[in-house]
Design a protein around this ligand. Structure first.
Ligand SMILES: NC(=O)c1ccc[n+]([C@@H]2O[C@H](COP(=O)([O-])OP(=O)(O)OC[C@H]3O[C@@H](n4cnc5c(N)ncnc54)[C@H](OP(=O)(O)O)[C@@H]3O)[C@@H](O)[C@H]2O)c1
Length: 345
């Protein structure tokens, strides 16, 4: 890779991760696919991707304890150790996988479980402190105040710097934030998934909580990579079980990319860049909201492409062309929408 490509003008801008949060690059890196969910990985290329992202000014790195049952955190540990002071490290607890059948998942938010998970993540990541610790999913049987109270103890003990939540409703975010400041809300937000605009995004903007859109590329669908998702994906790819990627839904959703193709074609940018530029610009509609999308990739060339999207400005006309897409998407973003904030709104 030539030195030229990491000159200052290629580095992304910075923003604060919520009120009083650390300063981070305006786009983070989702590391899940490096060990989990999206089929086979080239570990050497994935490691090079982490380094390339950092050269380009990406500082927020996102993992979770359940990505490969700890494997993703272990995979990140050498990178984290080499760059501990340059990065903001985010991980999560709360989704419990069945070792015999990873398709089966439960959720736990109770204090003993949280403490046990935090210790295990610290060990696997090889760090003394987690910069941003998220509750991955909400267990409705545990009051959110109790969960956040247990997370706050980790802050007091110096094991965690800041707290985050994933897939909570606006009301849940408000209740949690009243218990202890929440730095970031991470939920799915993209041209294909806009349910968070109902309550979660407005609440985050109101409270000064950063919004971290996950799957901003619609898990890859918005890049135009899937013509026939069933055939394009390997057997072990989690997306084979996702409603938007299968059968007639996949076909209908591929047709929805037409305006994205048009904008991308006219501008000489990629579909993925169009989708990412849309998320950054959509967030501007919410005054005070800091937004740090975390597109996931295991490839250097793609992290270059994705970070370059932060410098693209779509016109009002282009935004208008993209506006109707989300309402027409076929299939839920999860097979079980109870797994999302929208399932509780
Ligand atoms: N909180 C939650 O519940 C939750 C849920 C899902 C994900 N996440 C987090 O969010 C991160 C991002 O979400 P995601 O990975 O699900 O979805 P995504 O970022 O929307 O898309 C990732 C997919 O797009 C491909 N891709 C990335 N850049 C591309 C480009 N420029 N051109 C073509 N294809 C491209 C990737 O393939 P390659 O890797 O092969 O490039 C991968 O298959 C995850 O890594 C994870 O850290 C959180």
């Amino acid at each position: 890779m030539s030195q030229d490509t990491s000159r200052n003008q290629d580095r992304i801008a910075r923003t604060s991760l919520g009120t009083g949060g650390p300063e981070v690059g305006v786009q983070g890196l989702g590391c899940m696919g490096m060990s989990f969910a999206y089929g086979p990985t080239d570990a050497a290329e994935a490691r090079a991707t982490l380094e390339r992202a950092l050269e380009l000014g990406v500082t927020l790195y996102d993992t979770a304890d359940m990505y490969g049952m700890g494997e993703n955190e272990r995979f990140l540990a050498p990178f984290v150790s080499a760059h501990r002071d340059e990065i903001t490290l985010a991980t999560k607890f709360g989704i419990v996988l069945d070792p015999d059948d990873p398709a089966k998942r439960g959720v736990r938010n109770d204090r003993p479980y949280i403490r046990q998970c935090a210790e295990a993540s610290l060990r696997r990541l090889g760090v003394d402190v987690i910069d941003l610790y998220y509750m991955h999913r909400r267990d409705v049987n545990v009051p959110i105040e109790e969960t956040v109270g247990a997370m706050a103890e980790l802050v007091e003990e110096g094991k965690v710097r800041q707290l985050g939540l994933s897939e909570v409703t606006g009301a849940e975010l408000r209740a949690a934030h009243a218990e202890h400041p929440i730095a970031a809300l991470q939920s799915e937000w993209s041209l294909f998934s806009r349910d968070v605009e109902r309550t979660a995004v407005p609440a985050a903007a109101d409270l000064g909580v950063a919004f971290v859109p996950y799957s901003p590329l619609g898990r890859g669908f918005l890049t135009g990579a899937f013509t026939d998702a069933g055939k394009d994906l390997t057997e072990d790819d989690f997306r084979r079980r996702m409603p938007r990627f299968t059968g007639e839904n996949a076909e209908a959703n591929a047709a929805l990319l037409e305006p994205v193709r048009k904008v991308a074609g006219d501008r000489g940018i990629t579909l993925g860049q169009t989708a990412l530029a849309w998320v950054h610009q959509r967030a501007e509609r919410y005054p005070g909201l800091s937004v740090v999308p975390i597109p996931g990739t295991r490839k250097r060339s793609r992290v270059e492409e994705n970070t370059a999207a932060t410098r693209i400005r779509l016109t009002d006309g282009e935004l208008a062309l993209l506006e109707p897409i989300a309402d027409r998407v076929a299939g839920g973003r999860y097979a079980d929408m109870a797994f999302t904030s929208a399932g509780r709104e």
